[in-house]
Write a protein that binds this ligand. Structure first.
Ligand SMILES: O=C(O)CCC(=O)C(=O)O
Ligand SMILES: [Fe+2]
Length: 381
């Protein structure tokens, strides 16, 4: 292929990744999801194989405190051609996803964490996103058109080292404590996947409404790429596209359901990926059944998982009937590593900014891109 052909393909959005991204993003008529790998169903795909996890570094009690089944019962998969990529099909204990979903919707958007609303609202106005939204949500049943609540306007939240969407860097000057319970969950999942000592230092929560998408990108801002990137999803199902080391490589499509965990490590740590769409919920079944389950036994005081009260769950389940929350957890620095000096950082930022702008979906109105704006990695909603 000539360079001219390649650049014309990019201009017209015709490379394999863009083509598939647009295919799944289309709403009318809805796309055919036949080719999308569904890890929740018996696998009949040559690309997929069972992945053996290592349950020995963890005891059952430890994982159950975080709301996870014993590691030996997890259904973990790998994909041929993607070494280091691990997909764990909902390893959560019945009822425990409610706790994690509530943390994502009620607690993690709270200060000192940073969210998209902070970009154009005064700190006092984004102090109580949850409380401010409750009244509006309760009025919604009245039939009158109510304005969008802050919860519905939430697009992203950052934790720990707060990712700077403009410079595409983390900085030691912009750090707040990483939530301890999410650190514990991540540490345990990473250990089961062969990464003991994982240190959760940065988190990005993405809030997807039914028409949201996330553009093609690579997560390369972390300083140490030998540590895995973990991803947890709650709520509606998404189509996830996992591409190659080159932006235009043809991706593999898979469903990410509520409770699923993805680990991108080794050679897969720096692969291009995207979320072209949220899959419409089946008629009459707006909430995935794993989110309607309740805990089998009363949580103990030293458990991470706690009961979610009825009022809080009412709000969460209303929101999740039309939304998906994804949490990615990252270790930014290797052990003993420190941040490079600012000079080096700003140089690196320029390079990645340029490549990102070239590679994004021009003409896709508002698709959520890795070049983050106030509204997220540029999304549709
Ligand atoms: O929502 C997802 O599944 C992916 C999120 C993601 O790629 C990111 O936050 O970098
Ligand atoms: Fe990502």
């Amino acid at each position: 292929m000539t360079a001219k052909m390649a650049s014309s393909m990019v201009e017209h959005g015709e490379d394999a990744f863009r083509k598939l991204f647009k295919f799944y993003k289309r709403r009318n008529p809805p796309p055919d999801f036949n080719e999308v790998i569904n890890f929740a169903k018996p696998i009949n795909n040559d690309k997929v194989f069972h992945y053996e996890l290592n349950s020995s570094p963890l005891n059952e009690e430890e994982v159950s405190k975080a709301g996870l089944q014993p590691v030996k019962d997890w259904r973990a998969f790998a994909l041929r051609g993607y070494p280091g990529f691990i997909f764990i099909s909902n390893p959560f204990l019945p009822g425990s996803q409610q706790y994690w979903a509530k943390q994502c919707l009620k607690n993690y958007p709270q200060k000192p964490n940073v969210c998209n609303l902070d970009m154009h609202m005064a700190p006092a106005e984004t102090e109580n996103i949850w409380e401010q939204s409750i009244d509006g949500i309760q009025r919604k049943g009245s039939g009158k058109r109510e304005p969008k609540t802050l919860l519905e306007k939430l697009r992203w939240v950052t934790l720990g080292y707060h990712y700077d969407w403009n410079s595409k860097t983390y900085s030691p000057d912009h750090f707040t404590p990483f939530p301890t319970e999410l650190h514990s969950l991540s540490h345990r999942v990473a250990a089961a996947c062969g990464f003991p000592g994982f240190n959760a230092e940065a988190g990005i929560l993405n809030y997807y409404r039914s028409d949201s998408s996330l553009g093609i990108h690579v997560d390369e801002s972390e300083i140490d790429h030998t540590r895995p990137l973990l991803s947890f999803s709650f709520g509606q199902t998404a189509v996830f596209l996992l591409g190659g080391a080159k932006r235009e490589d043809r991706p593999t499509a898979m469903f990410m359901h509520s409770g699923d965990i993805m680990v991108m490590s080794g050679p897969s740590r720096l692969l291009y990926h995207a979320v072209p769409c949220i899959v419409p919920a089946p008629a009459g079944n707006p909430l995935p059944s794993c989110l309607s389950q309740t805990l089998k036994s009363e949580p103990q005081n030293d458990d991470i998982i706690q009961n979610v009260n009825e009022g809080d769950w009412k709000v969460c389940s209303w929101y999740l009937q039309t939304s998906r929350v994804n949490v990615t957890v990252r270790q930014v620095l290797g052990s003993g590593q420190t941040f490079p000096n600012t000079e080096t950082l700003s140089g690196a930022a320029h390079t990645s900014m340029d490549s990102c702008q070239k590679s994004d979906e021009e003409g896709e109105t508002g698709t959520h891109k890795k070049r983050k704006t106030e509204s997220g990695y540029e999304r549709d909603s």
